[in-house]
Design a protein around this ligand. Structure first.
Ligand code: ASP
Ligand code: MG
Length: 412
C-alpha cells in the first residue's frame, strides 16, 4: 500500500466547516486504499494574528518565545482535524513536529530541517492510523522548538514526503493548480497539467505564490513528485515532476510577472580589479538581495553597473552605496522605481534557439522598452516600464502559444 502525503494550507482549514470538509477528503483517500500522512498549516490568518498579539507585548520579542507561540497555531488545526476524522470513524493521531521526528537547526524563526526520523510516523501508519503532523515546526538538538520561516509548512510537507517515501506530495490549497501566468492578469491563463521542478522553481522565485520556493528546491533534490490542487473542488491539479510529457513540449510553459523590483544604476566606476566585489559585498552585508546584474565598460577607464533589487530594498541600496562612495568612486548612483520584471520560463528553450529574440520582437512590436535582460538555461527575464507590464505579459502569453490548449510545439 502506498503512502500519500496531503498538505492543507491555512485557507483549507480556516474554520470548523472547512476542517470537516478536509476530514472527508482524507477519509476518501483512505478508502481508496492509501496510507495517508497529513501536514496542516494554522487556521486561516492565525499566524499573523499571533504575531500581532506578541507585538502588543513587545516590539522586540525573543525569537525563541515567538516560535513557542507560533507553533501553537498548527497544533490547533492538527488536533481538530484528527478529532474530525475520529468522528468519521477513521483512526488517526496528531503529532507535533518534534513527536514526528523533525529535527531542525538552531535558528529560531527560520530554521532548516536537518533530519527526519520517520519511525513514529511509520509505526502509526502500520497501526492503521492517519497521521496528522503540524507543519512549519521542528525541534533542535537542544530540544528547543523552532519554526521554519513563514510559509514553511510546504517545506514540512515535502520533507516528510521524502522521509516516508510517499508516492507523491499533494499541496491542497485555494487555487486549482499552477497556471501558465497569473489568471488575474491574463484571462486566458491555463492550468498546466505538468511542470518540471526547475520550471516551478523559476515560477515560484519569480512571484507565482502557489508554492514556497524552498519546498520546490527540496522536492527537486529528493525527487518528490508534487500535486498542487484545490481543497475546494475536485478539479485535477498540476503535477510538478521530472521528465517531459508530450504536453511539456511547448517551448515556453509560463510567463511570470513581478512588480516588486527596482533598477539601480551605478555610473562610471573606475575600472579596477576588486571594486565590483567590494560593491556587492557591502550590499551582502546589509542582506540586500541582488537579482539581475549588467556590467558595461565605458571606454577603458570606467564602467557602469546596473542591477535589480526588490522595491523595499531600493532606498537602502542607494544609502549603502553612498556610505561607501569614497571607496567605490562612482560618479552617480540612483534607483529607478516604476519598473516590472516580465519573464518567460520553459525547459524547452534550452534546445530551441531564438526564444529570446522572439521575446524581444514581441515587446518591441508593442513599443515596450527593455531596460535590463537576464537569462538562464530555462528563463529569459526583462525589466520593462511598469505601465507596460501587463500588456507585455498578455502579448508574450499569446505569442508563445499559451492562450490555447493545443499541445503542438510552438516554434520560436
Ligand atoms: N502558518 C505558517 C504561516 O502562516 C506556515 C504556513 O502556513 O505555511 O506562515
Ligand atoms: Mg501558506
Amino acid at each position: 500500500m502506498g503512502i500519500i502525503l496531503q498538505k492543507y494550507g491555512g485557507t483549507s482549514v480556516k474554520n470548523v466547516e472547512r476542517i470537516k470538509h478536509v476530514a472527508n477528503r482524507v477519509k476518501h483517500t483512505v478508502e481508496e486504499g492509501s496510507q495517508v500522512v497529513v501536514v496542516v498549516s494554522a487556521m486561516g490568518d492565525t499566524t499573523d494574528e499571533l504575531v500581532s498579539l506578541m507585538h502588543e507585548i513587545t516590539q522586540k520579542p525573543s525569537q525563541r518565545e515567538m516560535d513557542m507561540m507560533l507553533t501553537t497555531g498548527e497544533q490547533v488545526s492538527m488536533s481538530l482535524l484528527s478529532a474530525a476524522l475520529q468522528e468519521l470513524h477513521v483512526p488517526s493521531i496528531s503529532l507535533t513536529g518534534w513527536q514526528a521526528g523533525i529535527e531542525t537547526e538552531e535558528a529560531f524563526g527560520n530554521a532548516k530541517i536537518l533530519n527526519i526520523n520517520p519511525d513514529r510516523i511509520l509505526q502509526s501508519l502500520t497501526e492503521g492510523k492517519v497521521v496528522i503532523i503540524a507543519g512549519f515546526q521542528g525541534v533542535t538538538e537542544a530540544e528547543e522548538i523552532a519554526t521554519l520561516g513563514r510559509g514553511g509548512s510546504d517545506t514540512s510537507a515535502v520533507a516528510i514526503a521524502a522521509a516516508v517515501n510517499a508516492d507523491h506530495c499533494e499541496i491542497n490549497t485555494d487555487v486549482e493548480g499552477v497556471y501558465s501566468t497569473d489568471p488575474r492578469i491574463v484571462s486566458k491563463a491555463r492550468k498546466l497539467a505538468t511542470i518540471s521542478h526547475d520550471e516551478m522553481l523559476e515560477m515560484a522565485t519569480l512571484g507565482a505564490s502557489v508554492l514556497h520556493p524552498r519546498a520546490v528546491e527540496l522536492a527537486k533534490v529528493h525527487g518528490v513528485k508534487i500535486l498542487v490542487r484545490s481543497s475546494f473542488s475536485d478539479a485535477e491539479g498540476t503535477y510538478i515532476k521530472e521528465g517531459n510529457d508530450m504536453e511539456q513540449e511547448k517551448v515556453v510553459s509560463g510567463v511570470a510577472y513581478d512588480r516588486n523590483v527596482s533598477k539601480v544604476e551605478v555610473l562610471k566606476m573606475p575600472n579596477k580589479i576588486g571594486i565590483i566585489s567590494k560593491l556587492f559585498n557591502y550590499l551582502a552585508v546589509e542582506k540586500i538581495n541582488v537579482d539581475m546584474i549588467v556590467l558595461s565598460e565605458h571606454g577603458t577607464d570606467t564602467f557602469n553597473v546596473a542591477f535589480s533589487v526588490s522595491l523595499e530594498d531600493a532606498d537602502r541600496t542607494i544609502k549603502t552605496l553612498k556610505q561607501h562612495e569614497d571607496e567605490l568612486q562612482f560618479k552617480d548612483a540612483f534607483s529607478e522605481k516604476g519598473v516590472a520584471k516580465v519573464s518567460i520560463i520553459g525547459s524547452g528553450m534550452s534546445i530551441h534557439p531564438g526564444v529570446a529574440a522572439k521575446m524581444f520582437t514581441v515587446l518591441s512590436n508593442d513599443e515596450i522598452r527593455i531596460k535590463m535582460i537576464t537569462t538562464s538555461e530555462i528563463k529569459v527575464s526583462c525589466i520593462v516600464p511598469e505601465n507596460n507590464g501587463v500588456t507585455a505579459v498578455q502579448k508574450l502569453h499569446s505569442a508563445f502559444g499559451l492562450d490555447t490548449d493545443e499541445k503542438a510545439i510552438v516554434q520560436a
